[in-house]
Design a protein around this ligand. Structure first.
Ligand code: UDX
Ligand code: ADP
Length: 474
């Protein structure tokens, strides 16, 4: 193709989008783009055939992810201009724009293990784009990536276009959606960030968002600022949670109440009142991974003090989770061996079925190690996922002496039958107003409530006869 034709295509409006990766980011993001841009054909592809089948399921309860409002968006767009497929090559070949939305977990082996991102999936799908693309293709980094990953993507794509009738432009367009509010975050973003130096490609992507996002909210930066902004935003948010959790421990020791402190400091407009809810520590696929990425990056560039500053945010988070598990054991007369403990919530936050890095995992593992028998309730998390997270299948054995067991309970009340304690781990709405009289009646006495989110009706639980511990309450 002559260079002028390629250039003309780069300027033309995007007609076909391919998104590689049908996960928590790719699925909802593409659903909203398709919904808001009916003239653009959007195909979401994934290697995982079961996941694609679930996205295509007519029964919307079978969707692979739970996200409020997603079903309504899908109903409008799916089959019209939104498609889910396993034919990755075909979707790439047809697309003017390809989003890379694959997983980038922390490396578990080799150089940077425990800190750096594992880029094997991003490299594999970039190579696939390089091979399958036709004509001019704008490649958009959507996954959270270490700074300068775009360089790697560019290098692979540049090698592929030598002597071929294809060309590429690379952009960074980090996703800021939070799970549980993804659809609202996508429909009403605080800002959309696009990083890159190819003006035509920047305009093409901005034009897509301009279908529903005011132009002033679409920020343009260079590639590296865009990549670094994503890591920094998550690091700042996580830092607020570690900060308030550190103060929660001090409140418990001194008789202050962290909710009152949060309200008092949050009223200062310079601090702001959001993200000040003390809890069992942050979870989710992003915070831990992104801070560790930042730590790795700082270490790589010789900024040891900066690295250790951010590392402390992660350490405080780990400490908070461990502190809660140990506190439960201590209050239950220093042993939970063979004791039934009800765990309310397993997702890392309410309104999602995602358990990645959920504080519930660490707390449950610590209690299992002590021989506890956990009865877990969660309205959305699948028991198969819990088996994977806890690395053991369900099975209660009240006589177990060596290691604890777990089972799924159909309701909070049933989880509490015969239990010595109930721990609220996720802030699901239904745990705000539990019937504490009924719960107390079925528990073994003394019966404890450990409220790691400070959301349960502690006064009602106390009145019913429960012993109550609430995070951050002195
Ligand atoms: C986060 C960022 O918010 C989002 O912008 C980015 O794109 C991905 O990472 P997410 O992890 O989905 O989103 O959820 P978020 O609402 O940020 O919560 C993360 C964790 O922090 C959860 O475990 C949550 O329970 C916890 N949290 C949040 C608190 O403990 N207290 C708070 O005040 C807020
Ligand atoms: P996120 O929360 O970032 O969306 P997920 O793990 O939920 O992460 O989703 C990432 C998806 O990307 C997974 O469904 C995985 O199967 C898919 N994936 C990873 N590598 C490839 C690839 N090379 N081609 C197609 N899909 C891929």
């Amino acid at each position: 193709m002559p260079v002028t034709d390629k250039y003309f295509m780069a300027l033309a409006a995007v007609r076909k989008i391919c998104c590689i990766g049908a996960g928590y980011v790719g699925g909802p993001t593409m659903a909203v783009i398709a919904d808001r841009c009916p003239e653009i054909e959007v195909t979401v592809v994934d290697l995982n055939a079961a996941r694609i089948a679930a996205w295509n399921s007519l029964d919307l309860a079978q969707l692979p992810i739970y996200e409020p409002g997603l079903d309504a968006v899908l109903q409008r767009a799916r089959g019209r201009n939104l498609h889910f497929s396993t034919d990755v090559d075909q979707a790439i070949a047809a697309a003017d724009m390809v989003f890379l939305s694959v997983n980038t977990p922390t490396k578990t082996r080799g150089v940077g293990a425990g800190q750096a991102s594992d880029l094997r999936w991003i490299e594999a799908c970039t190579r696939q784009v390089a091979a399958a693309a036709k004509g001019h293709t704008i490649v958009v980094e959507k996954s959270t990536l270490p700074v300068r990953t775009a360089e790697t993507i560019q290098a692979i794509l540049a090698a592929a276009q030598v002597g071929e009738d294809k060309s590429f432009a690379v952009l960074s367009n980090p996703e800021f959606l939070a799970e549980g509010t993804a659809i609202n975050d996508l429909e009403n973003p605080d800002r959309v960030l696009i990083g890159g130096n190819d003006a035509a490609a920047l305009n093409a992507l901005a034009e897509i968002y301009e279908h529903w996002v005011p132009t002033v909210k679409i920020l343009r930066t260079n590639l590296w600022s865009s990549e670094l902004s994503k890591l920094t935003a998550n690091a700042f948010l996580a830092q607020r949670i570690s900060s308030i959790n550190s103060i929660a421990a001090l409140c418990e020791a001194t008789g202050a109440d962290v909710k009152e402190v949060a309200k008092a400091i949050g009223s200062d407009s310079r601090i702001g009142n959001r993200f000040l809810q003390s809890g069992p520590g942050y979870g989710g696929s992003c915070f831990q991974k992104d801070i560790l990425n930042l730590v790795y990056l700082c270490g790589y560039y010789g900024l040891a003090e900066v690295a250790s500053y951010w590392q402390q945010v992660v350490q405080l988070n780990n400490w908070q989770q461990q502190r809660i598990a140990r506190l439960v054991v201590q209050k239950l007369f220093n042993t939970v061996n063979g004791k039934r403990i009800a765990m309310l919530g397993f997702a890392f936050k309410a309104n999602t079925n995602d358990t990645r890095e959920s504080p519930a995992i660490r707390i449950a593992k610590e209690l299992l190690e002590e021989g506890a028998q956990l009865a877990i309730h969660d309205p959305k998390v699948n028991p198969d996922q819990i088996s994977k997270d806890l690395a053991q299948p369900p099975g209660l054995d009240m006589a177990a002496d060596v290691h604890g067991g777990w089972s799924m309970a159909p309701s909070p009340l049933e989880a509490c039958i015969g239990a010595d304690a109930v721990i609220v781990v996720t802030e699901w709405q239904q745990y705000f107003h539990l019937d504490w009289q009924a719960i107390y009646a079925v528990m073994r006495k003394p019966a404890w409530l450990f409220d790691t989110r400070a959301i349960a009706d502690g006064k009602a639980a106390l009145a019913a006869g429960m012993q109550v511990w609430t995070v951050g309450e002195g």
